[in-house]
Design a protein around this ligand. Structure first.
Ligand code: AMP
Ligand code: FES
Ligand code: ZN
Ligand code: ZN
Length: 312
């Protein structure tokens, strides 16, 4: 197996590019793919300040590393979700990476700062954990970006993630979600710009990137996500990809190029007028925002002991 660029020994094959790469040229490919995504979708301009949401997993550490190497000012944001040992370990990986590279990491802890954690919040609000978790993360990402004066909030969503979300939205014909599924959401009504620079890389590639760069990351998946719908969609898409390399790329980028605009009016129709939350000031559709309501319901609840299958 030889590197497509230098003909030296290759360390990875990428079937959708029909090519193999040595370590150096693979790392360069990752950098080029991220630079191309940033450029094509106008995610970040030189000199802008980015806040990278880091979970301690491979994707968010890889995107942080790549942005810093591409010369962007990128600070990190870690949110302690209170999901037992999983959260303890994820925080340690995020901190260790920041310390090693001398980068700034902001930390927010749901339990210490807001009086509840994801398992307790989910039970109190009768939501599935991923829903209480997603709601809390989105709220805290927005707040941290706004308060810190950042130009954009960066997440580590990769091609597998985005193709799986698209697959789910198409299966259910969620026209308004389809109208909002884009690697860049512009700043609007008090929400920061949100960008996903890893959309041109798969999770296999971000894992290989971390290994080759010597970045230690948390391999375990969240124990509360086991069996969730998106994991099932990913399995189906992986089966398609194995038979037809490039299928995932074509599905997602074909949608962006030829279909996404057609759903813009559906997304706009759903966009109701926003006003500041009466408690926290975050933009919301009315009265008290969903995060403050979750906090209120979960605040007085007894903490939920986390077991391996802690689904409500
Ligand atoms: P997930 O929702 O777990 O698929 O994660 C999607 C993205 O959200 C990750 O790539 C990170 O950028 C970010 N993220 C997930 N968990 C955390 C966390 N605990 N703290 C900060 N960012 C996170
Ligand atoms: Fe949010 Fe698992 S990371 S429920
Ligand atoms: Zn090479
Ligand atoms: Zn609020």
């Amino acid at each position: 197996m030889k590197c497509r660029v230098c003909r030296g020994p290759a360390v990875i094959d990428i079937r959708r590019h029909n090519a193999n790469f040595c370590a150096d040229h693979f790392l360069r490919l990752c950098r080029d793919q991220v630079a191309k995504a940033i450029d094509t979708y106008e995610m970040l301009r030189p000199g802008e300040r980015a806040l990278v949401a880091v979970s301690g997993g491979k994707d968010s550490l890889a995107v942080w590393d790549l942005l810093v190497d591409l010369g962007y000012h990128a600070d990190g944001l870690y949110i302690g979700l209170g999901i037992g040992e999983y959260s303890d370990a994820s925080g340690e990986f995020a901190r260790a990476y920041a310390a090693r590279r001398g980068l700034r990491l902001h930390e927010v802890d749901l339990r210490a700062d807001y009086g509840f954690d994801v398992p307790t919040g989910a039970k109190a609000a009768r939501r599935v954990p991923c829903s209480a978790c997603g709601l809390s993360k989105r709220h805290l990402f927005d707040e941290a970006a706004r308060c810190g004066g950042y130009d954009a909030l960066v997440t580590g969503h990769n091609l597998d993630d985005e193709a799986a979300v698209l697959f789910g939205n198409v299966l259910k014909w969620h026209a308004d979600y389809l109208g909002r599924q884009h690697p860049v959401l512009p700043e609007r009504d008090g929400f920061p710009r949100k960008v996903k620079p890893l959309v041109r890389l798969t999770e296999r590639e971000t894992a290989a990137y971390c290994v080759l760069r010597g970045i230690d990351y948390l391999v375990d998946e969240c124990p509360m996500a086991a069996g969730n719908r998106h994991l099932g969609y990913k399995e189906h898409l992986n089966a398609l990809e194995a038979r037809a390399p490039g299928a995932k790329h074509d599905f997602y980028f074909g949608f962006l190029a030829r279909a996404a605009d057609r759903f813009a009016t559906d997304a706009a129709r759903e966009r109701t007028a926003l006003a500041p939350c009466e408690r926290c000031g975050a933009p919301t559709t009315g009265g008290v925002c969903a995060f403050c309501r979750l906090q209120e319901r979960a605040g007085g609840a007894a903490p939920v002991e986390l077991t391996r299958k802690a689904q409500p």
